[in-house]
Design a protein around this ligand. Structure first.
Ligand SMILES: [Zn+2]
Length: 166
């Protein structure tokens, strides 16, 4: 099931309607997070100085202010603690149902809980305690100025979770 992105404006880039992060290296200091996502890995930053792991990924440790960070993997299989299903009036660029879940990342995870979108799931199917897995999906590419190369379109991805049993 495709996941919709920016509202349809063929061959135009509607910057003001772009709800996805500018993931390119040129615009985003946490770009490795998105490169890892493209490989199916959910990661975040770990401070090499004090060991603190923060999510979402940071460029400076919120505990000790060190900039010496590295990326570490988070679980890609999680469990539903609570969820909501919007079936009407979802924001522009999204299709109903729009499902969000508060998820348990598991006992071994440095990040214990997270709020995430759930995709590839019909209304009424999700239950508390269900197992979900990471779902990385493409979102519309964005233009990046590359000097003499001109403007190139840079692929982007984002993540959600989806039911394990489909
Ligand atoms: Zn630190």
């Amino acid at each position: 099931m495709p996941v919709p992105g920016i509202p349809v404006l063929d061959n135009l880039y509607p910057a003001t309607m772009d709800m996805w992060p500018s993931e390119a290296k040129e615009f985003n200091r946490v770009w490795p997070f998105y490169e890892n996502l493209k490989q199916g890995r959910l990661t975040t930053t770990r401070c090499k100085n004090c060991g603190h792991i923060a999510f979402p990924p940071r460029v400076i440790c919120p505990e000790c202010y060190s900039e010496d960070l590295e990326y570490t993997d988070l679980p890609t299989r999680v469990k539903v603690i609570a969820f909501s299903e919007e079936t009407k009036g979802v924001p522009l660029g999204f299709e109903a149902p729009l499902i969000h879940a508060f998820i348990d990342m598991g006992p071994g995870s440095p990040v214990k809980k997270m709020l995430s979108r759930v995709v590839n799931c019909p209304v009424g199917k999700l239950k508390v305690g269900d197992e979900l897995r990471l779902a990385v999906f493409e979102v519309p590419a964005m233009p990046v100025e590359k000097g003499r190369q001109g403007t190139i379109m840079v692929d982007r991805v984002f993540f959600a979770f989806e039911p394990v049993d489909q």
